[in-house]
Ligand binder design. Structure first.
Ligand code: UD1
Length: 430
């Protein structure tokens, strides 16, 4: 099993290039099969979840041509099957986007019920509510979601909770439904806007993405397009927090600073200097980090996907901080791991009370999920001594060349796959 081994104590310095947004890419790849013409998608992150989805699309008959690691051409005219199920797709959350895409195009879909990171209960009732409101029948049986519609009709849909997945999924189906759909209380995340832009570039009629009311007028056909995915705000934020935690100075390049405002605000409160440029941000950690309060909220609030990384920064900040998780109930599973590195954190319900310690100490820890895994790597880089992070397959779901990019910033980190390699690294760095 692969592990990251880290020798901490080296401030990150230099420049890092951010890739395309995983969560936008997953939806865009699913939407790409909605036309029979060839779609070219660029700035794809080369990460496990993306490759699993591409494989699933290929398995149902779509033609997938890898132009290079970040660029793909997809042709959905060869699709012969609307049933998507394999052992890998069951593990990724975004498999649900194939329901919206296939239902919109073929009026039928059969997709394995989504898995994903274990960060709490992750129902899809709102997606289903949307499809049903448009006239589809939806059943869940034997681990599959089966959706079918004789007629898919535009309608008014109010989302009881702000959901990125439900907003995008309903938007995709509505793009090819008959008539007008209005989604109220829609998610406003940058990737919702990116998917809407992508669909519009294929000829969809979508207004209001990025606000809480999205209006879609269905079209009969979508056409070819060439599209480049937006930068990944979560990958960017992760490097920003890594710079802060290690006392570093990092220029994070190829970002949209506007998408990072909540992260930037919290880093400023924690005492860091953040400079914004057109398409990059520089984070400098000056002096001791300071305590603050943070609550996760739908965009433009502080992202839940950045919560563990923020907590790692606050774990070594002066004073008592609180982190309130309001989106997913099981997102503090990294706290026990961090405690083994010396953190002083108490979780009460959905609030983590963090009493800052002066430093972390290296330990052997397990990545409990994607973002928490990245957060533990940050802790390892800030810690005294050697940290070994197990279960890094979670991290590889969403970060491309994470260790390589960190090494480029001066981190002493290596991916190892045996005890021998681990010992070799320890010998090298000590
Ligand atoms: C997406 C992201 C994930 C991110 C999350 C919130 C992908 C593949 N994943 O997940 O990384 O953490 O947005 O920004 O893009 N909910 C319901 N019923 C539903 C759907 C959601 O109750 O049908 C609830 C969820 O339990 C959660 C909240 O709504 O409490 C938000 O979830 P949602 O925005 O849908 O998250 P995902 O789309 O699953």
């Amino acid at each position: 099993m692969d592990q990251y081994v880290i020798k901490g104590g080296y401030p990150l310095q230099g420049e890092v290039e951010i890739g395309g947004a995983k969560n936008a890419a997953l939806a865009i790849l699913a939407a790409a099969i909605m036309t029979d013409e060839t779609v070219t998608i660029d700035n794809l992150p080369n990460v496990r979840d993306i490759n699993v989805l591409l494989q699933a699309i290929e398995e149902i008959g779509a033609k997938v041509e890898r132009v290079d690691v970040h660029k793909v051409k997809i042709n959905g005219s060869f699709i012969r099957d609307v049933s998507v199920d394999n052992e890998f797709i069951r593990k990724i959350r975004a498999s649900y986007y194939l329901i919206g895409a296939l239902l919109g195009k073929y009026r039928r879909a059969e997709v394995a019920l989504p898995g994903g990171c274990d960060i709490g209960s992750r129902p899809i009732d709102l997606h289903i509510k949307g499809f049903k409101a448009m006239g589809a029948s939806v059943d869940i049986a034997h681990g599959l979601v089966k959706a079918e519609a004789k007629e898919l009709k535009g309608t008014h849909i109010y989302l009881d909770k702000v959901s990125v997945g439900a907003t995008i999924n309903i938007m995709m189906a509505a793009a090819m439904a008959e008539g007008k759909t209005v989604i109220e209380n829609a998610a406003k995340e940058p990737h919702v806007v990116d998917v809407a832009n992508f669909l519009s570039s294929m000829g969809a009629n979508i207004r209001g993405a990025g606000t809480d009311v999205i209006r879609i007028v269905g079209v009969e056909k979508l056409h070819k397009t060439e599209y480049s995915i937006i930068p990944d705000q979560i990958e960017a934020g992760t490097f920003m927090f890594a710079a802060a935690a290690t006392g570093g100075d990092v220029l994070v390049k190829n970002v949209i600073p506007k998408h990072l405002e909540a992260t930037t605000a919290k880093l400023l409160e924690a005492g860091c200097e953040v400079e914004e440029f057109d398409d990059s941000v520089r984070v400098r950690s000056v002096g001791r980090l300071q305590h603050t309060q943070v609550t996760t909220l739908p965009y433009p609030g502080f992202p839940t996907d950045m919560q563990p990384q923020m907590a790692v920064v606050l774990g070594i900040a002066e004073g008592t901080s609180t982190v309130t998780e309001s989106i997913f109930e099981n997102r503090f599973r990294y706290v026990d791991e961090l405690t083994r590195m010396g953190a002083n954190i108490k979780v009460e319900s959905n609030i983590a009370i963090i009493n800052g310690v002066s430093r972390y100490t290296g330990a052997r820890v397990n990545a409990p999920d994607l973002r928490a895994g990245a957060a533990l790597v940050i802790a390892g880089m800030a810690a005294e001594g050697i940290t070994v992070v197990d279960d890094i397959h979670y991290i590889e779901r969403g970060y491309e060349n994470f260790d390589g990019k960190l090494r480029g910033l001066g981190a002493k980190i290596e991916k190892v796959s045996s005890e021998k390699e681990l010992q070799k690294f320890i010998l090298k760095v000590s």
